[in-house]
Design a protein around this ligand. Structure first.
Ligand code: GLU
Length: 491
């Protein structure tokens, strides 16, 4: 059955990305766009980017640009859109107002839509009355059958109006690729507003016109839109448009299973991007928000997803947004990077330091020393800042291993300084051999008595890479300088 709907009447498969540029690209919307992309690529279809900017008050050009930039960063491509053109443009709804106007006039002429002059305060009073009687609020159809004379008089008086679409009481059924058979009872809806004026169509109306004129075969979108679907189907019927096949993706949930709201934490793709999540990790993470291959495999690149994705495997139940999973995937993709490409990716996060004081090879060593600890690229700054600053700031207390007092710490650092000042070779491996042997001599109970104060003197941190790696990177001169700085902190 579903297979038949995917290859529906052998029509060409065409999907659309339909973001509203009223804010940054939200991760939930990016997931919708990714699933559209996977669906289209899997079945050899075309993708249209359509900017839904009929809400002129809230839409902004900068958000259109951000949406395009972030999708490009993610590697999600489209075949037609405002930036690349195409046969069915323009692809910004704000440039299609004449088209919508023609269809609004058609519905008005055919008496399938009508002007409504009800005052907002009267509608509000009626809504409250309905609610107080335990009824679901809906428009009572006051202006449904106004005489032409009354309409003309209202216009002559400039009475504010909207355009409503007549919703006939019936059951609207459709087969959803994810939710299967869905049925809505339209008697609960009341006549909906489809435009503020002939030049100001609203979402449901513009979408229906565009989906038809852009030859969209499948609408893949979030479940938050499912209640719009019966309204859009009725509009398609009234306008004599072809049917569209729907797939409603599961809602995103917080780990406690509550509905994820746009306000909860970092939710813009650009936030993840800025904080140092890799596009590979975000793609992989978003694909698993509602889809899984039915096996334990959880690492997928975009091209593997295109091969393995199937809409039949998308779940109905809500998809839990688990940031730990994203961190795990990000760590995985970070560790997959070559030293030179990871260094390139990390450098912007070290912009406030003079990274050029090190050669490209040494910078790679710094990044490699911390690769295993990076959850996101931005972590690199706090982990490696001590390589770049002249004077380290830290509390002298952390120089002590266990119960060591100042005098013992000083003796330990002095021992390290003497050893390192005459070390023949200053590479990590040789330093490790040398210092481990010296540590044994210094205190046979535990090598920490020598190596801990040394490591803290070089890094200024309780946790860091090994003193051997750090000393190699700093070089003999800086290493000895830092040990002497540490000793001067002690009494
Ligand atoms: N513009 C709508 C949104 O950003 C999507 C509309 C649709 O997919 O039908 O939520």
């Amino acid at each position: 059955m579903l297979k038949k709907l995917i290859k529906f009447k052998n029509k060409e498969i065409r999907v659309r990305f339909a973001p509203s540029p009223t804010g940054p690209l939200h991760i939930g919307n990016a997931r919708t766009l990714l699933f559209n992309y996977l669906f289209a690529k899997k079945y050899g279809g075309q993708i249209v980017l359509r900017i839904e900017d009929t809400d002129t008050q809230r839409s902004e050009l900068r958000w259109i640009q951000e949406i395009i930039d972030e999708l490009t960063w993610l590697g999600i491509e489209w075949d037609e859109g405002p930036d690349v053109g195409g046969k069915f443009g323009p692809y910004k709804q704000s440039q299609r107002l004449d088209i919508y106007k023609g269809y609004l006039e058609k519905l008005l002429q055919e008496k399938k839509a009508y002007y409504c002059f009800c005052l907002p305060e009267d509608l509000e009073a009626k809504r409250q009355d309905q609610q107080s009687r335990g009824l679901a609020p809906k428009y009572d159809g006051m202006c449904r059958d106004l005489l032409q004379k009354t309409i003309d008089q209202n216009f002559a008086k400039d009475t504010p109006s909207v355009i409503r679409f007549k919703i006939h009481e019936k059951k609207v059924k459709f087969t959803d690729l994810i939710r299967q058979e869905v049925e809505f009872d339209t008697s609960l809806m009341g006549d909906i507003i489809i435009a503020k004026t002939l030049n100001e169509p609203l979402y449901n109306f513009a979408v229906v016109v565009d989906d038809f004129l852009m030859h969209i075969s499948h609408v893949v979108r979030g479940e938050d839109h499912i209640s719009n679907t019966p309204r859009q189907i009725l509009l398609q019927e009234a306008l004599g448009f072809d049917k569209v096949i729907y797939a409603h993706l599961p809602l995103l949930l917080n780990p406690d299973k509550s509905k994820m709201s746009k306000r909860a934490g970092d939710v813009a793709v650009s936030d993840y991007h800025k904080n140092g999540y890799l596009s590979e990790a975000l793609i992989n993470f978003m694909a698993l928000l509602g889809w899984n291959p039915g096996t334990d495999k959880d690492i997928f690149t975009l091209s593997q997803l295109v091969k393995e994705f199937s809409i039949e495997k998308v779940q109905k139940s809500g998809a839990v947004f688990n940031l730990q999973k994203l961190d795990y995937l990000n760590g995985y993709y970070i560790r997959e990077k070559s030293p030179s490409s990871l260094t390139k990716l990390c450098l912007p996060y070290l912009a406030e330091f003079n990274a050029q004081q090190y050669s490209p090879k040494t910078l790679e060593k710094i990044i490699e020393a911390y690769k295993a600890r990076l959850k996101k690229l931005s972590d690199i700054k706090d982990l490696t800042d001590f390589f770049f600053v002249e004077k380290l700031q830290y509390d002298k207390k952390i120089l002590a291993w266990k119960e060591m007092g100042d005098r013992e710490v000083k003796a330990s650092l002095d021992h390290s300084a003497k050893t390192l000042s005459v070390a023949k070779k200053f590479d990590k491996k040789s330093l490790e051999e040398l210092l481990v042997a010296e540590a044994q001599k210094f205190n046979s109970k535990n090598r920490g008595y020598l190596l801990w104060p040394l490591r803290v003197a070089l890094s200024g941190k309780e946790a860091s890479a090994s003193p051997f790696e750090i000393a190699e990177i700093l070089g003999r001169e800086k290493t000895l300088q830092r040990i002497s700085d540490a000793m001067s902190k002690l009494s």
